[in-house]
Design a binder for this molecule. Structure first.
Ligand code: AHG
Ligand code: MN
Ligand code: MN
Length: 346
């Protein structure tokens, strides 16, 4: 449900008001977000000019996943690193585009926060002018030494320990969807004044939708119960609740944003060639799961709550079923072999 906002509030003022509400807040987090917002403004500018300057096309590089890294991925990665490495807020970073942890350069102070990010989500859509995005996730460090380098222990925390999560949609407008654990707010960028303005606050998603979002091209490799679930969604029901419509952009934050605003379910399931799914836990599944839960939805790997999973490595993948609560619960019931749920005709 949209809570459209008419008052004029910039994200900096919103963050300052949140900081004020946190007794004893040092302002450290606000300064971290100020630097992150600079990076997002610069990436938004580069994304919107991508067709004009030579950032399109394939680099000769491939990332840890063996995927061709497009120039815009690396540009976005470098932009975030250069905006975030010297502020003194972070003890370590991790990025989809870096196999190893990203240490803070020795000449800069370390701080108490950890930043994980997917600098450019939806890379396959860069060259065809389809919405792409940036995803970020922020934790407190767990190692007690508050001045030294962060470690893998500081990074590999369950998603339930995130203190903030956000994604940016570089779409018809640039929108930042963001939570620090007390609701989800949406800020829309006005490039003419360089400000992110609050456009929706404390959004709550419908308990059920009419859209499902999955790459059906993988269906030959799916588990039989998953095939039954997708067929169920496509089968007309007496109450006209089904069939659902299929919508699939191929950029997780775009498919998720539509799911949050309209309801429904977005899935990237495991399959025979991707036994743990495709999406990465630390900088895709976890931040998206925090945001969806804060908006009243649900996020699981088909069995377990995403935010409860303990990650074993930076780039660990997880199956993802995320969206409206009743839709995700129904998907989980099918995956357990309980169908049709509640005896309803399939
Ligand atoms: P990234 O560009 O950061 O690697 O993410 C791409 C992901 C995700 O955005 C999207 O949901 C998924 O890849 C699409 O995968 P398929 O093309 O296999 O459907
Ligand atoms: Mn991604
Ligand atoms: Mn990416």
């Amino acid at each position: 449900m949209r809570m459209r906002v008419s008052k004029l509030v910039t994200i900096e003022r919103h963050i300052a008001e949140e900081e004020h509400a946190h007794k004893g807040a040092s302002g450290e987090f606000s300064r971290l977000m100020r630097d992150m917002l600079l990076a997002i403004r610069l990436i938004s500018r580069d994304v919107r000019r991508a067709g004009l300057n030579d950032v399109l096309g394939i680099t000769d590089g491939t990332n840890v996943h063996g995927e061709q890294v497009k120039k815009l991925d690396m540009l976005a990665h470098d932009t975030i690193f250069r905006a975030m490495d010297h502020g003194g807020h972070l003890c370590v970073m991790a990025s989809e585009e870096s196999e190893e942890l990203i240490m803070i350069p020795p000449e800069y102070a370390r701080g108490k926060y950890v930043l994980l990010f997917d600098p450019l989500d939806g890379s396959s859509n860069i060259d065809v002018n389809v919405t792409i995005g940036t995803i970020f996730s922020i934790y407190h460090r767990v190692t007690p030494d508050y001045v030294g380098d962060g470690t893998l222990e500081d990074v590999l925390q369950p998603g339930s320990r995130q203190i903030a999560a956000g994604y940016v949609c570089y779409g018809s407008s640039t929108q930042l969807v963001y939570t620090t654990g007390n609701g989800v707010d949406i800020f829309t960028y006005d490039p003419t004044i360089g400000e992110f303005l609050l456009s929706d606050e404390k959004i709550q998603m419908p308990n059920r939708g009419k859209c499902y979002s999955v790459n059906e091209g993988n269906s030959s490799k799916w588990d039989d119960n998953l095939k039954k679930y997708i067929d169920y969604l496509k089968t007309p029901s007496a109450d006209k609740r089904r069939p659902y419509s299929l919508r699939y952009v191929g950029t997780s934050i775009a498919d998720l944003h539509r799911t949050i605003m309209y309801g429904g379910i977005f899935m990237y399931p495991a399959d025979k060639s991707n036994p743990k799914g495709k999406l990465r836990m630390m900088y895709e599944c976890n931040p998206l799961a925090m945001i969806v839960e804060q908006a009243g939805g649900m996020a699981s790997d088909g069995v377990h709550r995403i935010l409860d999973k303990r990650p074993g490595s930076i780039h660990e993948r997880s199956p993802l079923f995320i969206g409206s609560k009743d839709d995700v619960l129904e998907a989980e019931a099918f995956l357990r072999g309980e169908f049709p749920p509640g005896g309803e005709e399939a």
